[in-house]
Design a protein around this ligand. Structure first.
Ligand SMILES: [Zn+2]
Length: 63
């Protein structure tokens, strides 16, 4: 993730944080990023629902 992005509506679903931000062109983007050490799961989505679904269904490989 790039610095200086302004994340909005940050929520935490299990170990995964979901946030909405605007990219360099002002388009709304949604990201789901796992906070577990060494997991590394982080993906951007075009819809908030898709990001939240990914967060809910994420299964950490690291235990
Ligand atoms: Zn994870």
């Amino acid at each position: 993730m790039t610095a200086n992005r302004r994340f909005r509506r940050v929520v935490r679903i299990g170990p995964v944080q979901v946030a909405t931000y605007y990219d360099d062109r002002g388009r709304e983007k949604h990201t789901a990023a796992c906070t577990a050490p060494r997991c590394g799961f982080a993906t951007d989505y075009d819809s908030r629902a898709a990001a939240e679904l990914a967060a809910r269904t994420h299964r950490c490989a690291v235990r």
